[in-house]
Design a protein around this ligand. Structure first.
Ligand SMILES: *[C@@H]1O[C@H](CO)[C@@H](O)[C@H](O)[C@H]1NC(C)=O
Ligand SMILES: *[C@@H]1O[C@H](CO)[C@@H](O)[C@H](O)[C@H]1NC(C)=O
Ligand SMILES: *[C@@H]1O[C@H](CO)[C@@H](O)[C@H](O)[C@H]1NC(C)=O
Ligand SMILES: *[C@@H]1O[C@H](CO)[C@@H](O)[C@H](O)[C@H]1NC(C)=O
Ligand SMILES: *[C@@H]1O[C@H](CO)[C@@H](O)[C@H](O)[C@H]1NC(C)=O
Ligand SMILES: CC(=O)N[C@H]1CO[C@H](CO)[C@@H](O)[C@@H]1O
Length: 311
């Protein structure tokens, strides 16, 4: 039965697509990729069969619905990107039939409602297990609903970028059901607080260009357990951190980028728990940094140390 069904859909698929050529000048197609753009991009056109990656940029799409996205269901779309298409509404189920998606990007769609975005993730999460990378960049996110990413817990998601939004509180509990998360990028937001939440495989965390005035707490369970036991790289530069205590609960940290904060003194015990640190970047700590206490930089694993403008 399932073989018959598979053959049947295959035949429909092949027939359905044969002879569809690239809808120029709306789109440019090259090998597996199509890029569609411009003022005349008010709908989603049908694309040649081989297309697996599609970008819609600088269009005027307005509303995304299942009907309007229907033309994409003839392709095996793996990477889908919408950037600056004046999308202001996303109807339920729009992505439900796109079961091969592994990269999704929504960027510069500043009129989107956060609940529409959450529902889009539900569409994808409930149908596709393949989603690996999610980019929600510069779409005006401020407060994330607690269940924002819940639907992705059965997916293979390993990277989320929330770059260039206006998120003030980063609640890591929102990600703790996503067991494969390797990288989280929250740079260029307005984050003042990070709520700790276990992310057992997280290796890379970007928190640079935010409004943090202290280093987040990476410890739970009475300060003995790390929330990010595998964190290798932390970029927390360009914040408003004025004092650094002893950095704790990041046992595997190899690269710490901490420049451009308001730190005045680096105390001798600051890095003593970082036994695997190989790169420390204090670039342009500049004006405020007056003193590095003796032996603070006595880190035997250190290979690269960057500093500038120490007065
Ligand atoms: C959009 O379509 C109109 C009418 O077909 C055409 O005159 C115009 O050149 C198109 N604009 C672009 C950017 O392709
Ligand atoms: C699907 O694509 C065809 C051809 O590109 C177009 O004429 C049609 O309007 C599209 N359908 C929708 C629902 O946008
Ligand atoms: C999309 O999926 C629905 C069921 O979820 C189905 O009825 C519909 O025919 C599908 N559309 C296409 C174009 O495959
Ligand atoms: C985000 O913050 C910037 C700078 O403060 C502001 O100009 C912009 O309007 C804010 N956007 C939203 C969606 O709140
Ligand atoms: C540097 O640390 C080592 C042990 O890690 C210690 O033996 C040594 O005395 C320290 N040197 C200074 C100058 O503090
Ligand atoms: C501190 C910081 O860089 N905040 C940025 C967050 O992202 C918005 C863009 O959405 C910028 O305007 C802010 O400057």
């Amino acid at each position: 039965m399932s073989i018959v069904y598979a053959l049947f859909t295959l035949i429909i698929h092949v027939e359905g697509n044969s002879g569809v050529s690239c809808p120029t000048p709306l789109c440019q197609c090259q090998y597996l990729q199509a890029i569609c753009s411009g003022e005349n991009l008010t709908y989603i056109p049908r694309l040649p069969e081989q297309i697996r990656q599609v970008t819609f940029i600088n269009g005027n799409i307005g509303i995304l619905s299942r009907e309007r996205i229907g033309n994409l269901t003839f392709n095996h779309i793996e990477k889908l990107k919408f950037a600056s298409n004046r999308i202001f509404e996303m109807k339920p189920n729009k992505f439900a039939n796109l079961t091969w998606i592994n990269h999704l990007t929504l960027s510069l769609e500043r009129s989107l409602d956060v609940f529409d975005v959450r529902n889009a993730l539900i569409d994808i999460g409930t149908r596709s297990r393949d989603l690996k990378k999610l980019f929600l960049v510069d779409i005006g996110l401020t407060v994330l609903p607690n269940d924002m990413f819940n639907s992705l817990k059965t997916s293979k998601i390993d990277m989320i970028s929330l770059k260039s939004n206006n998120i003030t509180v980063l609640n890591c509990l929102s990600f703790s059901d996503l067991k494969q998360m390797d990288e989280l990028d929250v740079r260029s937001n307005q984050t003042t607080h990070v709520i700790p939440g276990m992310m057992p495989k997280l290796r890379i965390l970007f928190l640079n260009h935010n409004h943090l005035n202290r280093l987040p707490n990476f410890c739970i369970d009475h300060e003995i357990k790390s929330v990010f036991p595998h964190l290798l790289k932390l970029d927390i530069s360009n914040n408003k951190i004025s004092t650094l205590g002893q950095i704790r609960c990041t046992p595997r940290l190899q690269s710490l980028i901490i420049g451009n904060n308001l730190i005045r003194v680096i105390h001798s015990d600051t890095f003593t728990n970082l036994n695997q640190l190989t790169r420390l970047d204090l670039m342009v700590v500049g004006e405020p940094l007056k003193k590095i206490e003796e032996s603070a930089l006595n880190i035997s694993s250190l290979k690269t140390f960057v500093i500038e403008n120490l007065t």
